[in-house]
Design a protein around this ligand. Structure first.
Ligand SMILES: Cc1cc2nc3c(=O)[nH]c(=O)nc-3n(C[C@H](O)[C@H](O)[C@H](O)COP(=O)(O)OP(=O)(O)OC[C@H]3O[C@@H](n4cnc5c(N)ncnc54)[C@H](O)[C@@H]3O)c2cc1C
Length: 282
């Protein structure tokens, strides 16, 4: 296991915030992960679990230890009957490309999402609400480490997943690996869908500046549009994509928190529902 001290988190978050963590642990196997968490729990230390960092806003100094989950299981395995087993550390693009070898597909719309498989399952990543398409559509079983008793458990099926919500958000777990059953799909179809997704992203998303994707997963569509172009320090609500904050160069967590706070205050004032998707690691 690697241990990094006083780490610049710039390369660990897609918002590209320059901030520091006191300590980052990088377990390279499930055993190392279990030993590490056992040790941190014995010391009564709270910690953050980090995937690819595409939904995280780091504070300028993160005092809790960070466990980097991108190296403990990068395995991909084709099992029987079209079932695929995938480690939580695997990048979603790697999974989508690998599935082509078996003429399987279905999640090409995630090709533009800079996520790990563990993070995508935890967040139930997918397309916009109206499309009703999420990674959970293909989940057969998830193996996870339950941090309350440190036992490895399995969740079968996908009935407890909903839009951007997974059952893991309500309990304290690390997702270890996932069994999927994707649909049969010709290689040429997969390649076309990937190409279309990348073109769609280029056209509709503010991909030229660092971001964390959609800020809220439930928000009033009219109000959030009023914020397009609003600035706080180095952070700005995109002028191209609603509900999307960009780092214009030197944004901090405080700048982003400030923009998010303004949206929340208006929703509260008019008793409107909202739900924040991005997560602040303080
Ligand atoms: C350019 C861009 C485009 C995006 N487009 C989309 C989109 O189309 N659809 C969509 O749904 N999202 C989108 N997102 C948001 C984001 O990519 C997803 O939420 C993604 O699934 C988060 O995965 P991650 O590995 O980066 O997790 P992180 O951001 O590192 O973590 C997110 C949460 O998951 C937890 N977590 C991560 N891995 C594990 C694990 N193995 N076990 C337990 N908990 C874990 C973390 O503790 C944290 O609470 C986009 C983001 C960006 C930057």
């Amino acid at each position: 296991m690697k241990i990094l001290k006083s780490v610049d988190l710039y390369k660990y978050n897609t918002m590209k915030l320059h901030c520091f963590a006191e300590i980052m642990y990088i377990p390279e196997s499930v055993n190392e992960l279990v030993e590490l968490i056992t040790m941190l729990k014995e010391q009564h230390l709270n910690f953050y679990c980090l995937g690819a960092g595409s939904n995280i806003i780091f504070a300028e100094r993160v005092e809790r230890p960070i466990i980097n989950l991108m190296f403990f299981d990068n395995s991909l395995c084709y099992c029987e009957n079209g079932i695929v087993q995938c480690g939580a550390s695997v990048r979603i693009q790697k999974l989508i490309s690998w599935l082509k070898n078996y003429s399987l597909g279905g999640i090409e719309y995630l090709f533009s999402v800079p996520s790990s498989v563990g993070g995508a399952v935890y967040m139930n990543a997918g397309r916009g609400r109206k499309f009703n398409m999420s990674i959970s559509d293909y989940i057969q079983m998830v193996k996870y480490l339950d941090l309350s008793d440190m036992k490895i458990k399995t969740l079968c099926g996908n009935e407890y997943f909903s839009y951007r919500t997974s059952p893991f958000q309500k309990i304290n777990v690390v997702i270890l690996n996932v069994f999927f059953k994707f649909k049969k799909q010709e290689l040429a179809v997969t390649e076309r869908l990937i190409k279309e997704r990348l073109e769609y992203s280029k056209k509709t998303l503010s991909a030229d500046k660092p971001s964390c994707g959609s800020v809220f997963n439930k928000v009033n569509p009219f109000i959030i549009r009023l914020f397009m172009g609003k600035v706080s320090g180095g952070a700005m609500f995109s002028q191209k994509t609603p509900n999307w904050i960009c780092n214009m160069g030197n944004a901090t967590a405080k700048d982003i928190e400030n923009l998010v706070g303004r949206v929340i205050r208006i929703h509260r004032l008019f008793l409107l529902k909202y739900n924040l998707e991005i997560r602040f690691f303080k």
